[in-house]
Write a protein that binds this ligand. Structure first.
Ligand SMILES: O=C(O)C(=O)C[C@]1(C(=O)O)C=C[C@@H](O)C=C1
Length: 313
């Protein structure tokens, strides 16, 4: 009998991250363990306490989740094996008996505050914002009486989890906000290509020089690889030292992506491969993938003939 899968997730119970993990329908018997921070959830996988970890990576309104990117760039390598897109809707929660007029301070995760800023300034103009480690941690602290605020911006489900009341629902400024979550494992071969895949990389150029970023982009563009995201983050070593997080369409087994990776390995001091995995919400286009791959294979065969026979047409 196979062991049940153990999952770490950015918690506590009631985070959007937990909802993202549950949306993947973990098999019966799976163990889901919350961790207070993203690095702790990822370290659980690195150290073997969990097989997989679900963490937020990017939000459609507030952008990248720095805690996730910075952790993935260092430490023992992990790879993304799947991504999940989850619509994020926020509710303002409070202890029973609290009314909107009583709310002076609101606690939540910084990404959540950024997504509800307009609503907050219009509905609770005088209210101060207090940072919490996650939306659910804000709700939990209210329930346990340890919060330095009167209300929490959380997922609605956290009201049930922590026995709180919903003071206002659907308070996000953008009703279509979506967060992208990544499921990470210790390095394993990627899932098979589907024709709708994404590859994630971290590139680092040690010596800044004119055109350094252009060199990275060229490796992708000359091979027709579509970059979908680029985020720069300081390495923390010195002012002006940055690494680039890049998402591109395609799979490491696709010839264009594979060749681009080799090119990047030549021009960058370091390249960390963070996985190839099926893109969420995109229909596979195996025909297009096969066409691009065929052009590369044909060019490879042509070069082999040039080398072997001295001529090829
Ligand atoms: O605090 C949570 O509930 C999370 O899962 C984290 C997080 C994030 O890091 O962006 C996830 C989705 C929302 O955009 C707000 C917060």
């Amino acid at each position: 009998m196979t062991e049940p899968t153990t999952y770490a997730y950015f918690g506590p119970a009631g985070t959007f991250t937990e909802a993202a993990l549950r949306s993947t329908s973990p098999a019966e018997g799976s163990v889901l363990t919350p961790y207070a921070t993203v690095p702790l959830a990822l370290d659980a996988v690195r150290g073997g306490a969990a097989d997989l970890a679900m963490v937020p990576i990017e939000n459609s309104v507030e952008g990248a989740v720095p805690a996730t990117l910075d952790d993935l760039a260092g430490g023992a390598p992990l790879v993304i094996t799947a991504e999940v897109l989850l619509p994020v809707n926020f509710a303002l929660l409070a202890r029973r008996g609290t009314s909107l007029d009583d709310v002076r301070r609101v606690g939540t995760h910084p990404h959540a505050e950024a997504q509800c800023r307009r609503w907050l300034s219009q509905t609770l103009p005088g209210a101060a914002y207090v940072t919490a480690s996650s939306t659910a941690a804000a709700a939990e602290a209210l329930a346990t009486g340890t919060a330095a605020y009167d209300a929490a911006l959380s997922a609605r489900i956290a009201a049930t989890t922590y026995g709180l009341e919903v003071l206002a629902d659907q308070v996000g400024d953008n009703p279509d906000a979506v967060t992208r979550f990544a499921l990470l494992s210790r390095p394993v071969p990627p899932p098979l290509p589907t024709g709708a895949d994404r590859t994630t990389l971290v590139c680092y150029i040690r010596h800044d020089h004119p055109g350094a970023l252009m060199q990275i982009l060229e490796e992708l563009s000359v091979r027709g690889v579509n970059m979908t995201t680029i985020v720069s983050r300081p390495t923390g070593e010195r002012l002006g030292h940055y690494r680039f997080f890049i998402d591109c369409d395609g799979h490491v087994d696709d010839a264009p992506v594979g060749e681009a990776l080799m090119g990047l390995r030549r021009v960058c001091a370091e390249v960390r491969y963070l996985g190839s995995y099926r893109r969420a919400g995109v229909a596979p286009a195996p025909a297009e993938r096969a066409q691009a791959d065929a052009r590369f294979r044909e060019a490879q065969a042509w070069l082999a003939r040039v080398r072997e026979e001295g001529a090829a047409y």
